[in-house]
Design a protein around this ligand. Sequence first.
Ligand code: EPU
Length: 431
Amino acid sequence: MKFIIQGGKPLTGKITLAGAKNAVSKLMVASLLTDEPCMLENVPAIGDVEIVAELLRTIGSEIEIVNGTATVRTPEIMQSRVPELTRRNRIPILALGPLLSRAGEAEVPFLGGDRIGPRPVDLHLKALEALGAVIETRDHSYSAEAPHGLHGAHIKLEFPSVGATENTILAAVLAKGKTVLENAALEPEIMDLVKMLQNMGAIIELGAHRDFHIEGVEKLHGVTHRVLPDRNEAVSFACLAIATGGDILVRETKQDHLITFLNAVRRLGAEYEIKLEGIRFWKPRAELQPLDIETTYHPGFMSDWQQPFAVLLTQVPGESTIHETIYEDRFGYAEELNGLGAAITPLTECPADAPCRFNGKGFVHVAKIAGETTLHGGKLKVRDLRSGMVDVIAALVADGESEIEGVEEIDRGYEKIDERLRSLGAQIKRI
Ligand code: EPU
């Protein structure tokens, strides 16, 4: 499937955020921890939800999704060994803990997801092992057993990994005894998972130093939970508003999820206004200012925001820099944007004095963006989910017609993006 886009026009109007891709999939996995029904509201119609639904159905869950509300019930674990699925994302490894808690054994396929670096899972495996799992890495899957059940442990993550934090929490809530997780990730999507688990009967405290304290309970029960809005979508729409010289009210956007991003918008000289309905973003008459940003874990500037922000920076006079400290290889999109007329130079050297775990390792993890450049429409091919959205944003900023091939990958994370963007005046056709 392709998108044909006529760009170069300011986008204006109101758009409503969908439920967060990076929360909903974990909340669906959390439902495995109880035999009672769990109802999730604000579930986006995206490919990632279908992939997790396939995983859960294979395990034995009954799932019904009607008008954005998913009811998931897993009365019994019918199959705790799931070595293959028809499509891949990064979620199956999170099912290890719940499966070990309910069935004592588990097998899940290797992970997929965006190609943005090696994306190891050593921290997940170490944490689960500390909780009592015995894990074997097979040809295409992880196989695990907990011969004596899962038990509490003291775990310190070497890096505040989102996935390893979620995995530890999901495994610890039904483990025997107390788990302390130090140097945890605290992304709003993780806190959404914690809220759902707390409402299911879990005991999870958040300490003052990025530490979770989890007291294992005997049993969890069903819950009704509303998925938090997708702040990564919010950033894409904000960048679109500013980069096209438009004015967009992004409904449902929560200020406390975007504090760092909003600061970047202000430093750039662009405007935003916090309203009851959401946050409005627009480009003022005055010239925008170049900016240096560094991606990091929450509450810092998220890695997932740097790609749409890069398109925006191509429209800002002067030289801006993005220093990516989460992924080794997340500037693959630079070549495509340069093909449209951008002047982005990917580099391996960290900016002076920036402490960085990639320092001196030769990874292309810095980009210098010289602006302002005029982008012209062209032919683009989607590399992965987030860079696919970059293609869409760049095509909407660029003059003339663009053709984007492989948009199924964008559908994995963005609900009906073409339809929703048309409501802002975008000329975008799916063929
Ligand atoms: N890491 C390790 N070992 C591990 C786990 C992580 O070294 O066992 C390091 C790696 O360097 C890795 C980095 O930590 O590259 C970040 O990994 P993390 O575990 O924090 O991320 P994730 O759980 O794989 C989630 C989101 C990503 C988002 C990151 C960072 C989901 C499904 N994915 O990935 O989202 O970029 O957190 O916030 O929640 C996206 O949505 O496009 C996306 C890539």
